[in-house]
Design a protein around this ligand. Structure first.
Ligand SMILES: [Ca+2]
Length: 251
C-alpha cells in the first residue's frame, strides 16, 4: 500500500512537472518531492484511521479509501487544469506579457527577492491596475517573470511602463534571457542586461529586441525561446518602490 501510494504520488507529480516543462515552466524536483510527501501523508492518514473503519483494508470497496483517492485525484487534476488554463490565458494575451489586471497572473513571477509585489488600483497606464513592487535593502533585490510566452520573433520592441515612486531618479536594471542561458549556468555575459535611470513618475522603457538578440557574447540569443525577464536594482540603502504596467511587445 505504501509503495502504491508513493508510486502514485511520484507519477502524478512527474506528469505535472513534465507538462510544466513542455509549456515553458521550470522542472522542479522539489515539487515532485512535495507530491511524494503528500502521497505518504495520505497513506499515513489511511493507516491511522484503519481501526475506525468498518471494513478491512486493501480493497476498493472501502469507502474511506475511495473517498481519499477521489480527493487526491481531484487535487492532482486541478493542478493540471490550472496550468493548462494559465498557459492558454498567457497565449491569448500575447504580445501583452504582463498587464497586472488579475491577482492570479502574479503567480508567474518569482517575488522571493522583493518585499512586496501586489496588484495596485491607484496607479496604471493600462487597464484598471498595475503592480506595486517594493525593493528591500540588499545586493540585488528584484522580481523575475519566469512563466513567459517564449516566441518573441515576430516583434521589434519590448515596452515597459515603470513608475518611479521616489522623488529622485532610480537606476533600474532589466534582464532578459533565453532557455539556453538557463541551461549553461546563468553567465552574466550570456544574457541581456540593461541599466536605465528612471525619472520620478511614469516612464515608458522601449528596448529593441535586436539589442536583446545580440547581447550574449559569442552567440545570438534565441528570440523564439525566451525563458525569463527580470527587473532589479543594485544595492539600495533604503526601501525603493516602483509600479509596473503594460509590459508588452510591439512592432
Ligand atoms: Ca494594467
Amino acid at each position: 500500500m505504501l509503495v502504491v501510494s508513493l508510486l502514485f504520488g511520484v507519477l502524478l507529480g512527474g506528469l505535472i512537472e513534465v507538462l510544466q516543462f513542455f509549456t515553458g515552466r521550470y522542472m522542479e524536483w522539489q515539487d515532485i518531492f512535495t507530491d511524494m510527501l503528500g502521497a505518504l501523508l495520505g497513506f499515513l492518514v489511511v493507516q491511522y484511521s484503519r481501526p475506525l473503519m468498518l471494513r478491512p483494508m486493501g480493497n476498493l470497496s472501502n469507502p474511506v479509501i475511495v473517498l481519499l483517492s477521489i480527493i487526491v485525484l481531484l487535487v492532482a487534476f486541478y493542478s493540471v487544469f490550472y496550468i493548462v488554463k494559465d498557459e492558454l490565458m498567457m497565449e491569448a494575451d500575447f504580445p501583452m506579457i504582463a498587464d497586472f489586471e488579475s491577482e492570479e497572473t502574479l503567480a508567474r513571477w518569482d517575488n522571493e527577492f522583493v518585499e512586496q509585489f501586489v496588484i495596485d488600483n491607484q496607479l496604471k497606464t493600462e487597464g484598471k491596475s498595475s503592480a506595486l513592487v517594493e525593493f528591500g535593502i540588499g545586493d540585488y533585490p528584484g522580481a523575475a517573470l519566469e512563466v513567459i510566452y517564449p516566441d518573441w520573433s515576430a516583434y521589434t520592441f519590448l515596452n515597459i511602463s515603470i513608475h518611479n515612486d521616489q522623488s529622485d531618479n532610480l537606476d533600474v536594471e532589466v534582464k532578459v534571457y533565453d532557455r539556453q542561458h538557463q541551461q549553461t549556468g546563468y553567465e552574466y555575459s550570456d544574457r541581456f542586461n540593461h541599466e536605465v535611470s528612471i525619472k520620478p513618475g511614469w516612464s515608458t522603457l522601449q528596448i529593441k529586441l535586436l539589442d536583446i538578440l545580440n547581447s550574449p557574447q559569442g552567440r545570438t540569443m534565441d528570440i523564439s525561446d525566451i525563458a525569463g525577464f527580470s527587473l532589479f536594482i543594485h544595492d539600495p540603502d533604503e526601501i525603493k518602490r516602483i509600479h509596473l504596467d503594460n509590459i508588452h511587445l510591439s512592432n
